[in-house]
Design a protein around this ligand. Sequence first.
Ligand SMILES: Nc1ncnc2c1ncn2[C@@H]1O[C@H](COP(=O)(O)OP(=O)(O)OP(=O)(O)O)[C@@H](O)[C@H]1O
Length: 272
Amino acid sequence: MHTITLDGVEVEFPKPGDPTTTVHALADLNLQVRDQEFMCLLGPSGCGKSTALNLIAGFTQPTSGSVTVDGATVRRPGPERGVVFQDATIFPWMTVRENVAFGPKVSKGAGGAELKALVDEYIERVGLGAFGDHLPHELSGGMRQRVGLARVLINDPPILLMDEPFGALDAQTRITMQELLLELWEKDRKTVLFVTHDIDEALILSDRVVVMSARPGRIRHTIDVDLPRPRSHELITDPAYVSLRHELFEELRDESHRADQLEGLVGGKAGH
Ligand SMILES: Nc1ncnc2c1ncn2[C@@H]1O[C@H](COP(=O)(O)OP(=O)(O)OP(=O)(O)O)[C@@H](O)[C@H]1O
């Protein structure tokens, strides 16, 4: 069982440039990600999605409230939580194969034929079988993100935390990567928390979508995505999909408007 629980989580940051005031990033956030569930956190820019993910990853601590993984309080990063960011964390001087081998080599002292076979397997899984000896600068953005994914997956973490991993990719590559992720997840269901501000991405991937409010982020709305799996983008014309999309669009529109007001981008006053 691999579950994530946030209970009454508050996060306040010192305001950059003005440490006497704070930015209230998360307010009384309560969230539970179930075992082997694919959950998307959806919300307007600046609502605290990354802050929530960073708490679970163990990169930051809540001001109050609790963050637990499998019942244990999160205090630091751990091998059971794999984190994938928008910019793939890969070493530019290492080949694809060396990059993918890095984790098991360093954390488990793996090596030899066994490691080589494992690396080949994961490179194959992410569709980079023919690119093992390439350096990152010889790859496209989508291919680099595949390397980033393989680097995390090879450690076989039961929990995946993904922060807009496809956010920097062009629309078509993004769709390809979503379908690759779905295919990988169908085979080996990990507990996933995926941060995005893209409604279609959330719907295609998730079992549940949690919509966060504008800052301070709290949960505004949760929807169950009862669409059949395995899924592909053909789903977008399905009436059930269209209806869920409309529901999420309405929720997100209100919150995006509030977020813009907070930032002083449209009418109203900037605030914290
Ligand atoms: N280390 C920090 N110090 C001060 N303020 C911070 C820090 N990290 C985040 N914030 C602020 O907290 C709020 C939430 O930020 P966060 O990055 O979690 O939002 P987000 O929903 O992930 O946004 P986006 O979709 O734009 O990435 C923002 O107002 C941000 O400026």
